[in-house]
Design a protein around this ligand. Structure first.
Ligand code: C2O
Ligand code: CU
Ligand code: CU
Length: 489
């Protein structure tokens, strides 16, 4: 059993989120319906939804406004809406086209997606396709915003392989709050390689976006930077919901869209999850993971075979990440309610990726450091290589098509970070000098970097010339300045 702390003592408490590494799956009954606890959430007892009392929504798939030979055209309006997150109450949220949880766009490699975004909010926005190999005009750079009442066309060429991508707001200094209030959605890119596999498809392929939130007594989402009291866990926008499944295999596309929280996910009966994909698409082979770590912005696709359970079984997806188990220890419950045919399977080989030794030769090795003020000051700053983000500054210049080694070190003593690069999918070679395990050895765009540790990345800067950002994807940290710009030339 792993011991857990919900708070750090002393001055650090205001600015840090403790991280307790992945541990064993939680013991305990999969059948108990326990209330989520209200501590720190500001919610009156009566308002606190009981765990597993609402169904998990499946996010809405957007339909193209028109399609032509080689492209799908979408029209989306960013607007305020209300969502029924808490029982009998409406919560104000920010949405793409009114959808909370955010909608899904399906895309196919080789087929262009064009999205005309209308800004119906009262703040500037930028739409970023996270994980996408996208031209600089369509990347949603933090400074490349469009104003209320105006529109912007984003063009996604989809020249990269399949991957579970996502899109979210990226307006400088506002991305953190905007994403928190609802501005994110899934962008599921597929290709012939993926379609040729017998993996679970259709209604057995379900995106599950996990995050935390804090509500006040008027059912409002409360946002303040580096808030440790976001202790209500949402799966697809519902508080610790249940999800009815058939006794067969499902593919779940897990996304951590939280601003700060690291999740460590496991099934309540101790059965390992079968991870088949990471940020940049399928792994070479399925990997059995007893506990799946997922930091903000990261994705992992898993297959769960419910055919091993009798109808009537209830199975909890637990979280053993930082925080008190009573508050954040349960994410959702799978209820096995029927049997079903299952033509799907998980092949032993999913795709081919070059081995680390066969990656393109590197021309440059760079040292990147991530850090933030840990001294408890009221407005901590975030740094990359000692500097706060300045959109006027080009921090790193790389040659188009070249490959580099980036060694990324978290210089903090306690605070975990991660690093996300726009434009590219990279390979994680080592963590603290040791080759990473198979779950992290596929294509990645976001990598965990725990306090005091170093990861070594192999990055190839392909696709486009232009300016792109790299940052910690704990969005509270990037809005504190833990962001920098690389120029591909
Ligand atoms: Cu999820 Cu700069 O992005
Ligand atoms: Cu991104
Ligand atoms: Cu960080």
């Amino acid at each position: 059993m792993v011991s857990r702390r919900s708070v750090l003592g002393g001055a650090l408490a205001a600015t840090t989120l403790p991280f307790l590494g992945p541990g064993a799956p939680l013991a305990g009954s999969a059948h108990a319906a326990e209330p989520t606890t209200p501590h720190g959430s500001g919610l009156a007892e009566s308002r606190v939804p009981r765990a597993f009392s609402t169904p998990m929504p499946v996010p809405t798939v957007l339909r193209p406004a028109s399609t032509s030979g080689d492209q799908d055209f979408y029209e989306v309006t960013l607007r305020k809406a209300t969502a029924g997150i808490l029982p009998g109450a409406a919560t104000d949220v920010l949405t793409y086209d009114g959808h909370f949880p955010g909608p899904v766009i399906h895309a196919r490699t080789g087929r262009k997606v064009v999205v005309l975004q209308h800004n119906g909010l009262d703040m500037p926005v930028a739409v970023h396709l996270h994980g996408g190999n996208v031209s600089p005009e369509s990347d949603g750079n933090p400074m490349d915003v469009f104003d209320p009442g105006t529109s912007r066309t984003y063009v996604y060429a989809n020249r990269q392989p399949h991957a579970s991508l996502w899109f979210h707001d990226h307006a400088h200094h506002m991305e953190s709050e905007h994403v928190y209030r609802g501005l994110s959605g899934n962008y599921l890119l597929t290709d012939d390689i993926e379609q040729g596999l017998p993996l679970p498809k259709g209604s057995y392929d379900v995106p599950i976006t996990i995050r935390d939130a804090r509500f006040d007594e008027d059912n409002r989402l409360v946002y303040s930077t580096a808030d440790r009291n976001r202790t209500t866990i949402l799966a697809n926008g519902a508080v610790t919901p249940y999800f009815e499944v058939a006794a067969r295999k499902y593919r779940f596309r897990l996304l951590n869209s939280a601003n700060l929280r690291f999740f460590s996910l496991s099934l309540s009966d101790g059965t390992p999850l079968t991870q088949i994909a990471s940020d940049g698409g399928l792994l070479e082979r399925p990997v059995s993971v007893p506990v799946l770590p997922l930091s903000p912005g990261e994705r992992a696709d898993v297959v769960v075979d419910f055919s091993r359970y009798p109808v009537g079984t209830q199975l909890v997806l637990n979280n053993s990440g930082p925080g008190s188990i009573g508050q954040v220890g349960k994410v959702l419950r799978f209820d096995v309610v029927r049997t079903a045919e299952d033509p799907s399977s998980v092949p032993a080989v999913l795709r081919a990726l070059p081995a680390a030794a066969d990656l393109p030769a590197t021309v440059v090795t760079r040292e990147i450091t991530l850090g933030m003020d840990e001294d408890g000051r009221p407005e901590p700053r975030g740094f990359i290589n000692g500097q706060v983000y300045d959109p006027e500054r080009i921090d790193t210049t790389v040659a188009l098509g070249s490959s580099e080694i980036w060694t990324v070190t978290n210089t903090n003593r306690r605070v975990p970070h991660n690093l996300h690069l726009h434009l590219v999918q990279f390979r994680v070679l080592e963590r603290d000098g040791v080759p990473v395990g198979p779950a992290e050895a596929g294509l990645k765009d976001t990598v965990r970097v725990m306090a005091g540790s170093t990861v070594k990345l192999h990055v190839t800067f392909g696709g486009y010339r232009g300016d792109y950002v790299y940052h910690c994807h704990m969005l509270d940290h990037s809005s504190m300045g833990m962001m920098a710009t690389f120029r591909v030339r």
